[in-house]
Design a protein around this ligand. Structure first.
Ligand code: PLP
Length: 456
């Protein structure tokens, strides 16, 4: 490997043309999603009011590789393949013998990994004759990604945006509107779920779970409208594997393979998209020592503190029941700036891999993550979104451990996006106004007492 090279990039012609489906390779099958009414395993028809049949098939498929439609590949090529960077300047600042790489998804039009699935979802909906898609958004990244995808295929997009982010991040709303989408704050007066919450708490800052309830409620009430979810579900993680497949291919070319992969998890899609093609090697025994570290906020510690149980994906209890680590579907997380990580549940695939001991998890407080993000900005130049700052914190910790032990490990960071629309959060950090939130044990215990009962 040429030690002087800093950027590694596939040619467009080398871009993977299939997504990787981990369901083909799991050592034990994933616990099935359950119908919220009957508690029985869900059938494809149960999901038909929400999603196009092609996505429902992908959700349940156990085929190892799934073809990426040409129309989707063409749009991917607007910014893909993305660059794998070697973080020489960060390594030098830390004085570590570790080799740090990061795959950066911030160069997509909306600035994150999210269009990898938004584009695919808009495409399959359009193909099935759907005219409108509703969705929720936390920090605004998913809403803007779907707004961009809607513009690509001429599909109308309506976004319910978590109130706290709607107020903190007005520019994300303007991005959505620029791409032609409609964005309303959640809780809203437009749905029963929203009105019920406002009656209980007019000051409610909102939550992803509640915004999902609103978007789902609107989608099931109209024939021309479907719903799209930006994370958590199997088909979303599937679409994100374009990133891991690219990374694996480009690392092979330079004869490198990670010892440790680190990423942040909200619903788990960006990180799973990067690590799933690598975890395949751990499952089949070719890379038994590979370590995969999932990083979540200490104020919303889903995997590190929650029980592994069936729960709803949304606040009002309308979605199927998913077996996952959960803080309870009624849990409203403290308003940390990493809006994309404020979700009560987690992708069932990541939860299953964690349960099987194939991946690890850690929780970090926001002040420490911003400190790491500022170090990254001052060395590598990139101003990161608050979400990947969580992963950067752990990359720095691991690189410093290498310094102590003298080991030259290869660390791969999943860098999910830029922070240009998060400057208010940096302003709060730099002016000393940002604070940490304690682990909200009482609120979590309350929410967990509301877990649905399922037949054994
Ligand atoms: C949405 C988002 C996340 C969290 O979502 P995952 O599904 O866990 O990836 C992380 N980083 C960025 C930049 C995001 O926009």
């Amino acid at each position: 490997m040429n030690e002087k090279r800093t950027k590694f990039l596939l040619d467009e012609s080398e871009m993977p043309t299939k997504w990787y489906n981990i369901l083909a390779d799991l050592p034990e099958p994933l616990p099935p999603p359950l119908h919220p009414g009957t508690g029985k395993p869900l059938g494809p028809q149960d999901l038909a009011p929400l999603f196009p049949m092609e996505l429902i098939k992908q959700e349940m498929s156990t085929e190892r590789y799934i073809e990426i439609p040409e129309e989707v590949q063409d749009i991917y090529k607007m910014w893909r393949p993305t660059i794998l960077h070697r973080a020489y300047r960060l390594e030098k600042a830390l004085d570590t013998p570790a080799r740090i790489f990061y795959k950066y998804e911030g160069t997509s039009p909306p600035g994150s990994h999210k269009p990898n699935t938004a584009v695919a979802q808009a495409y399959y909906n359009k193909k099935e004759g759907i005219k409108r898609i509703t969705t929720e958004t936390g920090a605004g990244q998913w809403g803007s990604a779907l707004a961009f995808a809607g513009a690509c295929f001429g599909v109308e997009i309506k976004v319910y945006m978590v109130r706290i982010s709607y107020d903190q991040k007005p520019y994300r709303r303007v991005m959505m509107e620029t791409w032609g989408a409609k964005c309303v704050p959640s809780p809203s007066e437009e749905t029963k779920a929203g009105r019920d919450m406002l009656a209980k708490d007019p000051e409610c800052p909102g939550s992803l779970g509640l915004a999902i309830s609103e978007a789902v409620e609107e989608a099931v009430s109209r024939d021309d409208t479907h719903y799209a979810l930006g994370s958590v579900l199997n088909h979303v993680l599937l679409h994100q594997t374009i990133n891991g497949l690219e990374t694996k291919k480009v690392m092979e070319k330079i004869d490198a393979y990670p010892d440790i992969i680190v990423g942040c998890i909200g619903g788990g899609s960006n990180f799973a998209g990067l690590f799933l093609p690598f975890v395949k090697d751990k499952i089949d025994g070719t890379k038994p020592d590979l370590r995969v570290i999932n990083v979540e906020p200490a104020s919303c510690p889903t995997i590190t503190k929650g029980p592994y149980a069936y729960d709803f994906g949304d606040e009002a209890g309308m979605t199927p029941l998913l077996k996952m680590y959960t803080l309870g579907h009624g849990f409203i997380p403290p308003p940390v700036h990493a809006g994309g990580l404020r979700y009560h549940g987690m992708a069932p695939i990541i939860c299953h891999l964690y349960k099987l001991g194939l991946v690890e998890a850690r929780a970090e407080h926001q002040l420490a993550t911003f400190k790491a993000g500022v170090t990254f900005a001052r060395t590598e130049g990139i101003i990161s979104a608050p979400e990947p700052n969580h992963a950067i914190k752990v990359v720095i910790d691991e690189a410093l451990k290498c310094k102590e032990s003298g080991e030259s490990k290869t660390i791969l960071l999943a860098h999910s996006g830029h922070g240009f629309v998060d400057m208010a959060a940096y302003d709060a950090y730099l002016s000393g106004k940002l604070k940490d939130y304690e682990y909200p044990k009482k609120k979590i215990d309350e929410a967990l007492s509301q877990l649905p009962k399922v037949p054994a």
